[in-house]
Ligand binder design. Structure first.
Ligand code: AMP
Ligand code: MG
Length: 493
C-alpha cells in the first residue's frame, strides 16, 4: 500500500486555476530508475514507492490514495509571442507533500497523457527527453543550483510518434512550486485581478513567507524577492556554462528553480553566442542573452502585479521599473562574486571584473572548453613553477592567455589564501564533470536503440558527484572529439 501524505492546497485556489484530470494508463510500465536518496530527503522513504504500486503510480496506472491530480492553467510568451493559453499539456500535478524541513513540494508526472491543455499534442513524452531531464536536473542539484528534481523515470511499453516511433516514458518530478511567470500572465490577461492577488498570496505563503514580515506593501517585497532569486539563479547558470534553451515565460519558475529541461545544454567550447536548441533560430536564448532575457521575463511578471504594487498606476510603474533596475545590480553582484571565486580570488578588488572579462574573451576567441578551463585553473600553483601545459593546450598556447595567466598570478599575491587552501576552495566550486551533450546523447541512444541503460546509469552516478573525479571515470571530464560534437538539441515535444 502506498502511503503518501498528499495535500492539495492548489485545489483551494479555485477551478479557474486547473482542470481535474486522471492520467491515462499505459500498457507495460517498467522502472528505469527510482531516486532512493531523494525519496528519503522528501520524507517518503517509508512510503512504499519502490514497489509494484509505486511503479503503477509513476506510470499513471494508479492514482494513489489522497492524490487529486490536476493539469494547471498557464499562459506565456514563447519566443516573445504571447500565447494566452498553454497549461500542463503533458503533465499532471498529483499533489503536494510537506517535507521534513517544512517545505511544501509538488509531485508532478510528465508524459502521463492528454489534458484539456494538450492542444494538438499527445500528452506523452519520449524516452530521450525523460532521460535528459533526469540527468540534467539531478546534475544541477548536485552542482548546488536551485532546480526541480527527478524522483523516478519509467518506460511505458508504448511508442510515441515523433519524427518516427520512439519508446515512451514518464518522468516524476518535484518542485517547491510549479507556478510560473506564465501562471500570473494567464489571469492578468483575462483581467482577473482577484485571481492574480490570490495566486500572489499563495506563492508568498508557500515560497516567500519572509515577505509577510514587511511593514510595507508585501507585493512589492514579493516581486523584489522573486527578482533577486532569479538574478542569483541565472548567475549560477552563467558560471557553469549552462544554456536553458527555452526561457519562455511559461518556463520560468516563480519559486526561482531551474525548470523545464527541454533543449538545454552545458557548453563545451566557450562561445557567448552559443545556441543549441533547434527551434531557437534567432538566438534569442543564446548563452550570453540569458541575463537580459531573465529581466525581460521579470518585466512581464511585474506587469501582471502592477495593480497590487500601488493604487495609482503611474506609481506602480515607477516601483516596478526601480525593481527591474535592481535586478541588473543583483545579477552583477551574484555573477561577479561567483566568478571571482571561480578564479580563486577571495578578497574583492576593483580590477577583478576586467580580469574575469578578459579571460572570458580569450576563452571565447580560442573556444576553450568552459568547464576544463576553470577545473585546470583550480589545479595551478600561484608560483611560476607549476606545469601550465594542460591549461595552455585548451588555449592553443595563445600568447594572450599566457599574458593573462601572468596577470592572474600577480593578482593572486594580493589575496590571502595559501596555494593549497585556494586550490581546495576553487575545486569545490569548479566542477570536473558536467552533463556534456555528447555523453547525454550516447546514453539516450544506447537506451533507445538497444534498451541498454548502463551508460545512462554510469553517467548519472558520475554526475551526482560533479566536483570530484571518480577513479576510472576520466573520460567523463573530457570535451567531445570532433565527430562527437552535438550541434543541436531538441525539445521533448
Ligand atoms: P514546453 O516548450 O515544452 O515548455 O511546452 C510548451 C507547451 O506545450 C506546454 O503547454 C506543454 O504542456 C505543451 N506540450 C509540449 N509537448 C506536448 C505534448 N507532447 N502533448 C501535449 N502538450 C504538449
Ligand atoms: Mg514548459
Amino acid at each position: 500500500m502506498l502511503n503518501i501524505p498528499f495535500e492539495n492546497t492548489h485545489l483551494r485556489l479555485g477551478e479557474a486555476f486547473y482542470v481535474k484530470t486522471r492520467p491515462t494508463p499505459v500498457a507495460q510500465p517498467k522502472f528505469v530508475i527510482f531516486n532512493v536518496e531523494l525519496a528519503e530527503q522528501l520524507g517518503l522513504g517509508g512510503a512504499g514507492l519502490d514497489s509494484p504500486e509505486g511503479l503503477a503510480m509513476f506510470s499513471g496506472n494508479l492514482v494513489p490514495p489522497g492524490a487529486e491530480p490536476v493539469a494547471m492553467a498557464y499562459a506565456g510568451h514563447q519566443f516573445g509571442h504571447f500565447n494566452q493559453q498553454l497549461g500542463d499539456g503533458r503533465a499532471l500535478l498529483l499533489g503536494e507533500i510537506v517535507t521534513p524541513d517544512g517545505m511544501r513540494h509538488d509531485i508532478q508526472l510528465k508524459g502521463s497523457g492528454p489534458t484539456a491543455f494538450s492542444r494538438r499534442g499527445d500528452g506523452r513524452s519520449a524516452l530521450g527527453p525523460v532521460l535528459r531531464e533526469y540527468l540534467v536536473s539531478e546534475a544541477m542539484a548536485a552542482l548546488g543550483v536551485p532546480t526541480t528534481r527527478a524522483l523516478a523515470a519509467v518506460t511505458t511499453g508504448e511508442d510515441v510518434v515523433r519524427m518516427k516511433p520512439l519508446p515512451g516514458a514518464i518522468l516524476t518530478r518535484i518542485a517547491t512550486s510549479y507556478v510560473r511567470v506564465g501562471t500570473f500572465q494567464y489571469f492578468a490577461f483575462r483581467g482577473d485581478k482577484r485571481a492574480v492577488q490570490k495566486l500572489a498570496n499563495y506563492v508568498i505563503r508557500r515560497n516567500y513567507p519572509d515577505v509577510l514580515n514587511t511593514e510595507h506593501n508585501p507585493y512589492i517585497a514579493f516581486l523584489a524577492a522573486v527578482i533577486e532569486r532569479q538574478a542569483a539563479l541565472i548567475a549560477r547558470w552563467m558560471q557553469l556554462g549552462f544554456i536553458h534553451g527555452v526561457m519562455n515565460t511559461d518556463n520560468m519558475s516563480v519559486a526561482g528553480e531551474t525548470i523545464d529541461f527541454g533543449p538545454c545544454a552545458f557548453m563545451d567550447g566557450f562561445n557567448q553566442q552559443q545556441v543549441y536548441s533547434s527551434i531557437d533560430r534567432n538566438g534569442r536564448y543564446a548563452y550570453g542573452n540569458q541575463p537580459a532575457i531573465g529581466k525581460w521575463n521579470l518585466a512581464r511578471l511585474s506587469e501582471t502585479l502592477l495593480p497590487l504594487l500601488a493604487e495609482n498606476s503611474a506609481d506602480a510603474i515607477v516601483i516596478a521599473q526601480d525593481l527591474l533596475h535592481i535586478y541588473q545590480e543583483k545579477y552583477e553582484y551574484y555573477w561577479l562574486s561567483g566568478m571571482r571565486k571561480k578564479i580563486g580570488l577571495f578578497v574583492a578588488r576593483e580590477t577583478d571584473k576586467p580580469l574575469i572579462e578578459k579571460l572570458l574573451s580569450i576563452m571565447d576567441k580560442q573556444q576553450a572548453d568552459f568547464s576544463l578551463t576553470f577545473h585546470y585553473l583550480s589545479q595551478l600553483s600561484g608560483g611560476q613553477n607549476g606545469s601550465d601545459n594542460k591549461i595552455r593546450s585548451l588555449f592553443n598556447q595563445s600568447e594572450d592567455f599566457d599574458r593573462w595567466l601572468a596577470e592572474w598570478r600577480v593578482r593572486l599575491t594580493e589575496d590571502v589564501l595559501s596555494d593549497d587552501r585556494r586550490q581546495q576552495k576553487m575545486q569545490a566550486i569548479n566542477p570536473v564533470c558536467i552533463p556534456r551533450n555528447h555523453q547525454i546523447e550516447a546514453a539516450i541512444r544506447a537506451a533507445e536503440e538497444q534498451g541498454d541503460f548502463s551508460p545512462f546509469r554510469e553517467l548519472h552516478t558520475v554526475l551526482t558527484n560533479p566536483y570530484k573525479l571518480q577513479l576510472g571515470k576520466e573520460r567523463y571530464m573530457q570535451s567531445p572529439r570532433t565527430e562527437e560534437i552535438v550541434h543541436q538539441t531538441f525539445c521533448g515535444t
